[in-house]
Design a protein. Structure first.
Length: 319
């Protein structure tokens, strides 16, 4: 299959390398030092002492890569609008579009015919990426970037795919099989919004709090007052989920226990703050707040954390 990956950071680089190794014609849309590194040395993937590289077509001009059957977007949420416009030459009426993003995507309420102003205020993303061609995705993997074009796969191998409108389809089956044959633990979901909401439930607190405090997750949860805030926000999100068809049966403390087992790690948002990059605050907290208002759930704890982190980020030019 002719595939393009837009954004070759940690997740995008991991996915592009694995798909190329499986024999697909993979091109990447990149820029700057990453583009130069890939052109010089290929895309390098490291895992537990093993290092492999894939020689890929790479460009900062989508038109030079031609139309593709599958386009994967693996950029940070704040960069998606500009990336979607830049990638339009890759997409025709037969292209499947798979955004691999943190947080709530712009199409999350599409089955209700509603937009999300918090993540696509001007409708740029929706205008550039036709909803009928989008397949939702949840990534359960941890990767990092050692250097431009050099990716480290740390843990996890899961990808969950689903139709925005729910249910099954031939294209969903084919896409899931394609990734499974490339070595991913790929599964199809009958309601991908539920999988998105569950993942969000775990990282909508840890990411912003770590960005604000510069603390690793173990230290965040070791502070009983901060842990109490985390549980309060999770309760608000759980109530919202119950009203939008994304119920969570697990308790907040059970989910926190899973996070504790991961030990002392830096969230992706803290890494973005340290690297001086814009943070994904709207996708992780802004969108849940917006959905909460629409379904009549008050979110005072979510609001407070959003406001504090937004101010912190604005003062540093990261929002």
């Amino acid at each position: 299959m002719r595939i393009a990956v837009v954004g070759v950071g940690a997740i995008g680089g991991w996915v592009a390398t694995r798909l190329a190794e499986a024999g697909h014609d993979v091109a990447v849309l990149a820029r700057g030092a990453t583009l130069e590194a890939i052109r010089a040395n290929g895309l390098v993937l490291r895992r537990e002492g093993d290092e492999r590289s894939a020689l890929l077509e790479a460009s900062d001009d989508a038109a030079s890569l031609g139309r593709r059957e599958l386009v994967v977007f693996a950029v940070k949420a704040p960069a998606l609008a500009s990336a979607a416009v830049a990638a339009r030459p890759l997409i025709d009426g037969g292209t499947s579009i798979v955004p691999m993003l943190n947080g709530v995507p712009w199409w999350f309420l599409a089955d209700q015919g509603r937009d999300l102003d918090s993540v696509d205020p001007d409708g740029v993303i929706a205008g550039a990426l036709p909803l009928a061609q989008v397949i939702g995705c949840v990534v359960h993997a941890s990767c990092s970037t050692d250097a431009p074009g050099v990716i480290r796969h740390i843990a996890g191998n899961g990808l969950i795919f689903g139709e925005p409108a729910g249910g099954d389809s031939l294209r969903l089956t084919d896409l899931t099989q394609l990734f499974a044959e490339a070595g991913f633990a790929a599964t199809a979901s009958p309601r991908i919004q539920k999988d998105i909401w569950y993942k969000l439930w775990g990282n909508m607190t840890m990411n912003p709090i770590s960005a604000l405090t510069a603390a690793t997750c173990d230290r965040i949860l070791d502070d009983e007052l901060v842990e109490g805030l985390v549980l309060s926000i999770m309760a608000e999100a759980q109530e919202i989920g119950a009203r939008i068809g994304c119920p969570i049966e697990e308790s907040g403390r059970d989910r926190i226990a899973v996070t504790r087992r991961l030990g002392a790690f830096k969230t992706s948002m803290l890494q973005d703050v340290e690297g001086g990059r814009p943070i994904e605050l709207d996708a992780l907290l802004g969108a849940p707040r917006e959905i909460g208002r629409r379904v009549g759930v008050e979110t005072p704890n979510m609001d407070a954390l959003f406001g504090l982190v937004r101010l912190f980020a604005r003062e540093r030019g990261l929002y």
